[in-house]
Design a binder for this molecule. Structure first.
Ligand code: AMP
Length: 358
C-alpha cells in the first residue's frame, strides 16, 4: 500500500484517536488546529497551528494531503467546500451543512422518512410563546447552531415554567423548540459508508447522560432486534442519501413501544462509539480512516459486551483504580489540566458476550 497523508481538521481527542488509527495503517496525518500541543497533535505527524478557516493554512493542508477529513461538525462549511476544489474531503461538506443547524438537520432527517420530535423555528420571544402554546407548554428550546453537551438549551416542563425573556437569555440567536419526547432510553448507532458505497453498522449503544454530557455507553442496548434493525435502516438511509463517506453517529430516543425518534447526527466519529476500540476488532476510528482513504470497510462484529464510561474532570483522580482492572481498557487524551465538564479520557470494561437481542 502506498503511504499517503490524511488531513484532519480539529485537534481534540477524536482527532487524536483518528491519528492513532491512521498511523497503524501507515498513513501520515496533518492536524489543523489553532490550539498548540492539542491532543491530536501529540500523536499526529504534523500540526498546522492556525484557524480552521485560515486561507493559507487550508491551502497548505490541501497541498500536503491526499484526503482531508474532520473531527468536529462545526468546521466552517465554506472552508470544507473550498478545499474540495483541490483535494478530496470526506465526509462531504453537505453532511456538515445538514448537521450544523438543528432546523436543517431535522428537515433533512424527516425528508429521509425518519421521524424526529415535532419542532418549530423560533426567531423571537413571540415565536417561542406560540410554539410553546402549540406543544401544551412543554418542549426543549435549543439554539440552532453551536450547541453541544446540552449547552444552549432550556427545558420547559409545564405551562407554569417561566417563559419571559428566555429567548434573549439564550442569546437571541436562531433557535428551535422541539416537542418534549417521553422516551424510555437513548441509543445511538455508529455507521460507516465506504467510497464504494458499502455500508457497515456497529451494534447500537445505550447512552446515559449526566449534566448534559455522555456518561456511559452500554452494549448491547436494552432494545429488541426490531428496534436495532430500525436504527440500522435509518443510518443506511441517511448515509446513502448524503452519498456519505466516513463514520457517522446518529442518536435516537426509544419510545415505550420500541419505536425510534431521531435526535441528531454527527458527521464524524462519536463519543458513544469509543467502546468499539475495546469490543470490536476494527474500531470506529480505523473504520473512518479506512472509509476516507478508500480502503475496504472493516468488520463491525462485537466480540464482547461492554460499558464505556467517560472520565470527566476529577473522574481522572480514580485512574489508578481503573488501571488495576484486568477487564478494562483505559484511554487518555493527553490533556494536562482537568476542569469540571472536561473530557479527560474514557474506560471500556468488557464482559462475556450475551445472547443476541430478544
Ligand atoms: P441534544 O443536545 O439534542 O443531544 O440533547 C441533549 C439531551 O437532552 C438529550 O440527550 C436528551 O437527554 C435531552 N433531550 C434533547 N431533546 C429532547 C427532547 N425533544 N425531548 C426530551 N428530551 C430531550
Amino acid at each position: 500500500m502506498t503511504v499517503a497523508t490524511i488531513g484532519i481538521i480539529g485537534g481534540g481527542q477524536l482527532g487524536r484517536m483518528l491519528a492513532m488509527a491512521a498511523a497503524r495503517l501507515n498513513f501520515r496525518t496533518i492536524v489543523l488546529e489553532p490550539q498548540p500541543d492539542c491532543p491530536a497533535a501529540q500523536v499526529a505527524s504534523v500540526q498546522i497551528t492556525a484557524g480552521y478557516d485560515d486561507p493559507a493554512a487550508l491551502a497548505e493542508l490541501a497541498a500536503s494531503c491526499d484526503v482531508v477529513t474532520y473531527e468536529f461538525e462545526n468546521v466552517p462549511v465554506s472552508a470544507a467546500a473550498g478545499l474540495t476544489r483541490n483535494v478530496a474531503v470526506y465526509p462531504p461538506p453537505e453532511a456538515l451543512e445538514a448537521a450544523q443547524d438543528r432546523l436543517v438537520e431535522k428537515r433533512f432527517i424527516n425528508d429521509c422518512g425518519i421521524p424526529t420530535a415535532r419542532f418549530h423555528a423560533v426567531d423571537s420571544q413571540a415565536d417561542l410563546e406560540a410554539a410553546l402554546d402549540d406543544f401544551g407548554g412543554q418542549g426543549v428550546l435549543k439554539t440552532r447552531r453551536l450547541g453541544y453537551d446540552g449547552k444552549g438549551q432550556k427545558v420547559f416542563r409545564s405551562t407554569a415554567d417561566n417563559r419571559a425573556g428566555v429567548y434573549t437569555e439564550l442569546g437571541g440567536v436562531p433557535m428551535i423548540l422541539e416537542s418534549f419526547v417521553a422516551f424510555d432510553r437513548e441509543i445511538s448507532i455508529i455507521a460507516a459508508r465506504g467510497t464504494d458505497g458499502a455500508i457497515a453498522c456497529y451494534d447500537p449503544a445505550e447512552n446515559v447522560h449526566r449534566n448534559g454530557i455522555l456518561h456511559t455507553s452500554t452494549v448491547p442496548a436494552s432494545i429488541t432486534s426490531a428496534t436495532a434493525a430500525d436504527a440500522r435502516k435509518s443510518a443506511e438511509k441517511i448515509l446513502a442519501t448524503l452519498g456519505y463517506v466516513g463514520v457517522v453517529g446518529i442518536e435516537f430516543f426509544v419510545l415505550p413501544d420500541g419505536s425510534l425518534i431521531a435526535n441528531e447526527m454527527a458527521p464524524r466519529v462519536h463519543n458513544s462509539g469509543h467502546w468499539t476500540e475495546a469490543a470490536c476488532v476494527i474500531s470506529q476510528f480505523e473504520q473512518h480512516i479506512r472509509a476516507v482513504s478508500g480502503l475496504p470497510l472493516g468488520n463491525v462484529d462485537r466480540h464482547s459486551d461492554c460499558v464505556m464510561q467517560n472520565l470527566i474532570g476529577d473522574d481522572i483522580l480514580v485512574l489508578p483504580e481503573w488501571l488495576k482492572r484486568r477487564d478494562t481498557l483505559v484511554h487518555l487524551y493527553g490533556k494536562t489540566e482537568s476542569r469540571p465538564g472536561r473530557k479527560m479520557g474514557h474506560v471500556t470494561t468488557l464482559t462475556a458476550k450475551s445472547p443476541v437481542f430478544p
